[in-house]
Write a protein that binds this ligand. Sequence first.
Ligand SMILES: Nc1nc2c(c(=O)[nH]1)N[C@H]1C(S)=C(S)[C@@H](COP(=O)(O)OP(=O)(O)OC[C@H]3O[C@@H](n4cnc5c(=O)[nH]c(N)nc54)[C@H](O)[C@@H]3O)O[C@H]1N2
Ligand SMILES: Nc1nc2c(c(=O)[nH]1)N[C@H]1C(S)=C(S)[C@@H](COP(=O)(O)OP(=O)(O)OC[C@H]3O[C@@H](n4cnc5c(=O)[nH]c(N)nc54)[C@H](O)[C@@H]3O)O[C@H]1N2
Ligand code: SF4
Ligand SMILES: [Mo]
Length: 738
Amino acid sequence: MSNSNKMSRRRFLALAGSGLASAGISEHLGALKARASNQSGKLDDVVQNPNKKDRLESKFSFCNFCPNKCGLIARVQNKRVIRLDPNPNHAKSRGMICARGNAGIQQLYDPDRLKYPLLRKGKRGEGKWQRLSWEEALDLAAKKFRDIADKYTRCGWWFTWGADAQAHFVHRFANVFGSYHKANHESLCFWTRNRGFLDVFGEGPPYPDVLNSKYIIMIGANRFESLITPDSIDLMTAIQNGAKLLVLDPRRTKTAARAQEWHPVKPGTDMAFVLALMQVIIKEELYNPEIILKETTGFNDLAEHVRSYTPEWAARETGIPAREIKRIARELAQAAPAAMVYPGRRSSFYTNSTEIWRSFAILNGLLGNFDRPGGLLARQDLSLHEAKSYLAPWYEDNPSERADAHKAPLMFEDGAMLTMRDVVINEDPYPVKGLFAYHTNPMQAMPNRDKTRKMLENMEFVISVDIKMSDTAWMSDLVLPAPSALERRDPASVKQAGSAGACVYSRDPVVPPLFESRPVFEILKDLAKRLDLGKFFDFDLKEYREEQLKGMPEVKKALQEKGVYNHNASLYGLYKDKSLRTSSGKIELSSARYKEKGLNPVPVYKRPQEVPENSFRLVVGRNACYTNSNTQNNWLLLQFVSDNPLWINPRAAKRIGIRDGDEIKVSSSVSQVRTVAKVTQDIREDTVCMWSGFGNISDGLTQVGHKGASVAELLEDHIDTLNANAALHETFVKVKQA
Ligand SMILES: Nc1nc2c(c(=O)[nH]1)N[C@H]1C(S)=C(S)[C@@H](COP(=O)(O)OP(=O)(O)OC[C@H]3O[C@@H](n4cnc5c(=O)[nH]c(N)nc54)[C@H](O)[C@@H]3O)O[C@H]1N2
Ligand SMILES: Nc1nc2c(c(=O)[nH]1)N[C@H]1C(S)=C(S)[C@@H](COP(=O)(O)OP(=O)(O)OC[C@H]3O[C@@H](n4cnc5c(=O)[nH]c(N)nc54)[C@H](O)[C@@H]3O)O[C@H]1N2
Ligand code: SF4
Ligand SMILES: [Mo]
């Protein structure tokens, strides 16, 4: 980084705090100085300059740096984005964009961006590339699609993606091309949570009405750092309004620090705590019998099941004193139904996480909070028309089912990343030899990086569509440059979130695409043409969106005038006098369906494996200033988080002779990495933690370079036994001086 690119940490903090960080970015870009922010949310408020070429235009968009997709207003001058402001019309994100969103212009103007198609020349991962024209790249890709399909059937291809508004076109392409393999980031993230809540409420996960809640128990979630809008915003307001926040986390996160209570629970024992809360609530009859009778099924089964899960027993498991558990149960029941166990997001924790999260869902059911203010909200009735609907062709020679079907009894139908990786490595039950990866970086997102490397090495052709040379792109055969979100048109999307309810959003290019970048929709369309599947992509995005919004003039108008359509319909009572979508039509406190499948109808506690002597449990978590491996090459954000030290408790550090800042070696059963120690009281003595996204192998990321260590390298690959979601907290490590 040149000196002129550097901004002091204090200065960026001050700017970020005042919402003016992007003014600093515009200086860096050499663009004209940003003007005072237009916070009105009206686009006709365009600031005019007497000099016409300096006209400052404002354009709606939405952020793409994490799954939240917050509303943005881009300020554009001479076809350059000079700053990004929040779109205050957006009910979900309101007047907020976080540090990452603020620093987002840097992704658009990152000199490290991929600029044209690249074909691997040397060995995989060697970094030798040949520039191709788009014609050459697409011809080659189409040939490989055909060759691999001819040799191994169409299911010899696997399509994967991250959270993005065009990802469903990859899904569409996979369907019409004829592959069953669509395992994606969701199986590294929230599958176990979705499964658990779905099987209790018939839809999953319900949306937490944080704003109106009086009592929130947050287990294994970190809303003031791992931001989810509007929950992160509303949690602050709810606390100011007198709500109680209670956090269970082996780390004292920023959320734990702001909570009225923080319990540094023993990792993996949360279900014991929740079962004991249920035991007290049922034993002391603190539930609402009318709600239980009318809206739930399986109460007696549950009551019988939790009888032996006493607070005294749970105290031994969790380390949380029995009297505290009793008090919390009473306070929680007292606040119900405006009380909740927060439904989280990332739930890729343990091999029994589905059951852990199902126990959270059942406790919510017992609190009678579903579909009521301050509780868990149901899905609102807002859908777009299915545009350009299609019937995927049937391919006679395809295998009878997905290669990773039956790896777990409650999988979702796209398949899971970790089970698919094993399929590729072992070529069992059949070979999968092609990978199409869009907006995702499995080399950093999947645990046990060596195995991901093996998987890629065992593939005949890997295509990566990314904006930068991620580690996965670095290991690919063909790398295709994508435009940033600010340069592309997207279909309309519906998103429902927390207390904000549902909204519709979409984007048009804010500035023309740079270099030779091409949106994945266009790439797939061109490939489809070459593969005689053109009729399935025979439209453009304007037409597609037009069809999605047919007969919805109020949505179109709001998108145009406000950059978002907020669905101002009732949030509560959506299921009043209606059956839920569970098999019983009620909230299932005990599941007959699980019983039929030979599974436990009620969640049974499984004690986590004890931490072996001289070892630590490795957990992962997030920082407010970066997203996984997405924002890591952003030099502005790197000033806040420049590497990923290992969090370790002072007593543990002392025992093994390690001081703060020491160079250390961390080893697991699959690998070892070097990093530095961050000795801190903010973590339990038996647990260590590292952030993800560092320790890259790609030479194409000059800002982050090879800084820090890859936690993906260190993590063992365990899966949830019910639905094959990755289980990222089942790795034990040893730590010593380097
Ligand atoms: N160690 C560890 N592993 C984890 C987690 C963890 O906390 N720790 N978290 C898990 C979770 S919850 C998740 S959701 C997954 C996420 O894993 P991924 O879905 O792989 O997400 P990211 O790491 O954000 O990688 C996003 C990729 O998309 C690229 N990209 C960004 N913008 C664009 C764009 O506009 N177009 C295109 N084509 N590409 C773009 C980025 O350069 C990056 O390579 O990781 C999981 N794995
Ligand atoms: N700033 C920022 N915001 C983000 C993202 C990002 O990368 N950066 N990513 C987005 C995505 S994809 C997701 S999925 C969400 C994830 O956001 P969250 O769902 O909040 O998940 P994490 O922050 O990954 O992990 C939650 C916490 O679980 C704790 N933990 C570990 N083991 C245990 C345990 O056994 N019991 C308990 N009680 N706690 C435990 C960890 O210490 C960590 O603090 O955030 C989203 N928002
Ligand atoms: S939370 Fe931050 S990074 Fe995520 S979409 Fe919103 S502004 Fe962007
Ligand atoms: Mo996630």
